[in-house]
Design a protein around this ligand. Structure first.
Ligand code: NAP
Length: 319
């Protein structure tokens, strides 16, 4: 039986990945900054809370990371923890950078220090590319981060690449475009939109206030994006991969789909709020996932309209 360790198991991706790895027969450990205090509500929603061995680990504390790896002796580590909101990163730049850059470096150093053959997956992000002006980004597209979050993710990406080249570590970064599910917290605009559409249809809310709805993104379905993470660590050689659907929609189209799912016309309820605009935003996010399709055999089945529908109707996101 293989052993996997997931940092950030309480989050959206952590919960779906834990579920996938259990189904693959793994012994699954998951960490939180404070496993005594965290509710792990996402694991409960998937009905797997009792099957995951939960531990506390602070990624910015090398002793904590080294001790956890030494005790658990995982075959695979999935590094999903960190301050994951682009919007919040403008308010908490230091916490964002430390949680990603120092956290990933500590994991890489701890793996190198133990000398164990541990494979590492690192959660990178399409935000690293910045605005590609509509050109689909692939693994060769240069980074131009436009938020503290993207700066942090870019730093962690290069740490992983450097340790792979310098020390021969089996370490991969998945450069994932946005992926959504019912487990998304409400501070993310997609979940804010879905909840507002449902609440307005139920007469519990009158209006939805949004920032720039002309921005375009490539939105995928989180439960199938975690499959790509797993596949990256099953390859002969470590490498980095862009994971995306390859289809881009505007936020206005996302809103239209969400309101249509509950039988409403979005234009009657949505108003703009300039306070919600970002200092620097990305106009168009577009990904080219062909390398993942060729090498991993991974291809997104669900595109934005499917994602919206499943977020509206499904409590757990699992079929
Ligand atoms: P998430 O739901 O926010 O989960 C991230 C986890 O990291 C949290 O459950 C939390 O666990 C931990 N965390 C939060 N703030 C932290 C901090 N300041 N320091 C250390 N740990 C912290 O994120 P997700 O959507 O599952 O995404 C997983 C990873 O993929 C993240 O690194 C995210 O940035 C990246 N990513 C996500 C997307 C996406 O569209 N979802 C796209 C590209 C990349 P505890 O509170 O239990 O410690």
């Amino acid at each position: 039986m293989k052993t996997a360790l997931i940092s950030g198991v309480s989050g959206q991706d952590g919960a779906y990945l834990a579920d996938l790895l259990l189904k693959q027969g793994y012994s699954v450990y998951g960490t939180s900054r404070d496993a005594q205090m965290s509710s792990f509500s996402n694991l409960s929603r998937l009905g797997i809370r009792d099957k995951i061995k939960l531990k506390s680990m602070i990624l910015t504390d090398f002793r904590s990371v080294l001790q956890t790896l030494t005790k658990i002796q995982p075959d695979e580590v999935y590094n999903l923890a960190g301050q994951s909101s682009v919007g919040l990163s403008f308010e908490q730049p230091v916490e964002t950078l430390e949680s990603m850059a120092i956290g990933t470096l500590n994991l890489l150093e701890a793996i190198r220090f133990t000398g164990a053959k541990i494979k590492l997956y690192n959660a990178s992000s399409s935000e690293c590319f910045g605005d590609t002006k509509g050109i689909p980004a692939d693994e060769n597209t240069p980074f131009h981060p436009r938020s503290p979050y993207a700066v942090a993710k870019s730093t962690a990406f290069w740490e992983v690449a450097n340790y792979r080249e310098a020390y021969g570590l089996f370490a991969c970064s998945g450069i994932l475009f946005n992926h959504e599910s019912p487990l998304r917290p409400e501070r993310f605009v997609t979940q804010k939109i879905i909840k507002a559409a449902i609440d307005i249809a139920a007469g519990k809310q009158d209006k939805l206030y949004l920032g720039d709805i002309s921005i375009q993104r490539d939105w995928g379905w989180a439960p199938e994006y975690v499959e790509a993470m797993y596949l990256m660590l099953q390859q002969e050689e470590p490498d980095d991969y862009v994971i995306a659907t390859g289809e881009t929609y505007s936020l206005a189209e996302f809103v239209e789909s969400a309101f249509a799912c509950v039988g409403l016309n979005w234009q009657d309820y949505v108003e703009s709020d300039s306070n919600l605009l970002r200092l620097t935003d990305i106009a168009v996010g577009r990904g080219n996932p062909s390398k993942a399709e060729q090498k991993l055999g991974w291809k997104a089945q669900y595109k934005m309209p499917d994602v919206v529908r499943m977020m509206v109707v499904s409590p757990s996101g699992l079929q």
